[in-house]
Design a protein around this ligand. Structure first.
Ligand SMILES: Cc1cc2nc3c(=O)[nH]c(=O)nc-3n(C[C@H](O)[C@H](O)[C@H](O)COP(=O)(O)OP(=O)(O)OC[C@H]3O[C@@H](n4cnc5c(N)ncnc54)[C@H](O)[C@@H]3O)c2cc1C
Length: 463
């Protein structure tokens, strides 16, 4: 086992957006960092897969932030690589398209007048109930029913949410949904249809966004390039194919991490400060000596939802004009579809396109365990049944399994997280950051922001 003698470094676990953003800020301040990323490329959930001239994200990634400083950070980092993309999304249901986010005229009249009347009466009844009883929103179901009415919940929310999360809506914590569709109630959707609220009022309605023309993974590539070239290069490194396997500590101070490289060689890397953006549940299990039993139990009760991506390459210029298509129906096994060439023409060779289907899954379940050939065949068959493609147009395919895609916010998750945060908070030099690192529903902007803040705190304390 090789030992690195330099103890002044900051060690970063995970080369996704949070870990790399932290590394970027630290190197700009002249501090030496080493980032360890287990995958063969950087980017984590925000990477772009490149295959025979085609490119695709793990589910189309739209960058959006209300924070001007962060927007400038990305613009400066990416320069001319960024293009503006119009957002166009639909829900595909009952062989029809509905607007997404929901627009009431389409949502209501697409379903026929009697269903519409039921939706409105149900919504009114729910609003009256909310005034007369003290309503407690514990689950996603409680939250949506109290904001939209039960009929809307049954039609638009139940199937999709249960497909995404793989558990009953009454088991999904309301804290998640309140953050996710904050500001979107039937009332605000009606107001938007008639008075067009500004994006500032309802962030999820923003209809133009910035996108790197070679895919979202370019943001992580650029962060890596800048980390490695800071102060002439050489001092800072971002190592891919480097899996952190153990975190050695004593007296609530981390001393080193043990890292397995691509060739199976193991190194012990000491450091001053340690930033972790790897799943918090894995971090807890890597601590050596192990944490107390109640912390290990809490970590074992937190779950992630995993994802399987099936990309099919099509011998046609374009199939849809949409950014995303949401597919709630259970009989279609994937939940979302996107066509990367609608994001940037550079995502496929001239005259060809690509469709990317997202299957929400749990590691080891029926979907996860199918062979790549089976998953491709299922994807192609469904795309053909939906009227998008003909089987003979498919010229290539790629399947990617994505572990830990979404922290799963089951009712009660917060208490478990608080226990783990309190324990990890006792470490003097261990900082958790990022989406799976903190078990938070962070989008890219928040993941980047959390990495930047973590770095700034370390700089402040060490100044
Ligand atoms: C399907 C999907 C669609 C999304 N769409 C959008 C969108 O449109 N807009 C948006 O803003 N956000 C979107 N997001 C969210 C976005 O992907 C995340 O917020 C962001 O990528 C999180 O970055 P992170 O660095 O915190 O975590 P991660 O990307 O999870 O990074 C953690 C890294 O740690 C590495 N790692 C794990 N274990 C180890 C180990 N033992 N040793 C070394 N390395 C390790 C992982 O390989 C990974 O690279 C989407 C997410 C998903 C799943």
């Amino acid at each position: 086992m090789e030992e690195n003698k330099n103890t002044k470094e900051i060690i970063i676990l995970g080369g996704g957006l949070a870990g790399l953003s932290a590394g970027y800020v630290l190197t700009k301040a002249g501090i030496k960092v080493k980032v360890f990323e287990s995958d063969s490329v950087v980017g984590g959930l925000s990477k772009t897969i490149v295959h025979n001239g085609f490119r695709f994200d793990l589910g189309g990634h739209r960058f959006f932030t209300k924070d001007r400083g962060l927007n400038d950070f990305i613009k400066t980092l990416m320069g001319e690589e960024l293009i503006s993309v119009p957002r166009k999304s639909k829900i595909y249901m009952r062989n029809k398209y509905f607007d997404y986010p929901l627009k009431p005229l389409n949502a209501i009249f697409g379903l026929g007048i009697s269903t519409t009347i039921e939706i409105l009466l149900d919504y009114a009844a729910e609003k009256i109930k909310n005034l007369t009883r003290g309503h407690r929103n514990i689950s996603l179901e409680d939250w949506v029913v109290s904001n939209f009415g039960r009929k809307m919940f049954n039609i638009y929310f139940r199937e999709y949410s249960e497909k995404v999360w793989g558990i009953d809506c009454s088991m999904i914590s309301a804290e998640w949904v309140a953050q996710r569709i904050r500001g979107l109630s039937l009332a605000s959707a009606v107001k938007n249809a008639f008075f067009k609220l500004s994006a500032k009022d309802v962030p999820s309605l923003v209809d133009i966004f910035l996108y790197p023309q070679l895919g979202i993974g370019r943001i992580s590539d650029r962060l890596k390039e800048d980390i490695e070239s800071a102060s002439g290069g050489g001092d800072n490194s971002v190592l891919t194919g480097a899996r952190v396997e153990r975190i050695n500590h004593s007296d609530f101070k981390v001393e080193s991490v043990e890292v397995k490289g691509g060739r199976g060689d193991l190194s012990v890397m000491p450091g001053e400060e340690f930033i972790s953006s790897i799943p918090i549940t894995n971090l807890v299990n890597m601590l050596h000596p192990a944490p107390p039993e109640n912390i290990l139990t809490a970590a074992s009760q937190l779950r992630f939802r995993d994802l399987v991506i099936a990309a099919v390459m099509i011998n046609r210029k374009r199939v849809t004009d949409q950014t995303w298509i949401y597919i709630p129906e259970q009989k279609i096994p994937f939940g979302r579809l996107h066509e990367p060439t609608n994001w940037s023409e550079k995502m496929a060779p001239e005259g060809r396109t690509i469709l990317v289907a997202e299957f929400f899954s749990f590691k080891g379940d029926g979907i996860w365990s199918k062979s790549d050939e089976e998953l491709t065949a299922i994807t192609v068959e469904n795309l053909e049944n939906m009227g998008f493609i003909k089987k003979h147009e498919v010229i290539d395919s790629v399947v990617v399994r994505v572990p830990n895609a979404y922290p799963l916010f089951e009712v009660g998750y917060k208490g478990l997280c608080d226990k783990i945060y309190e324990y990890l908070g006792r470490f003097k030099n261990l900082h958790i950051t990022g989406r799976s690192g903190m078990f938070r529903y962070y989008n890219m902007d928040h993941a980047i922001e959390s990495g930047i803040k973590t770095a700034e705190n370390i700089i402040k304390v060490n100044r």
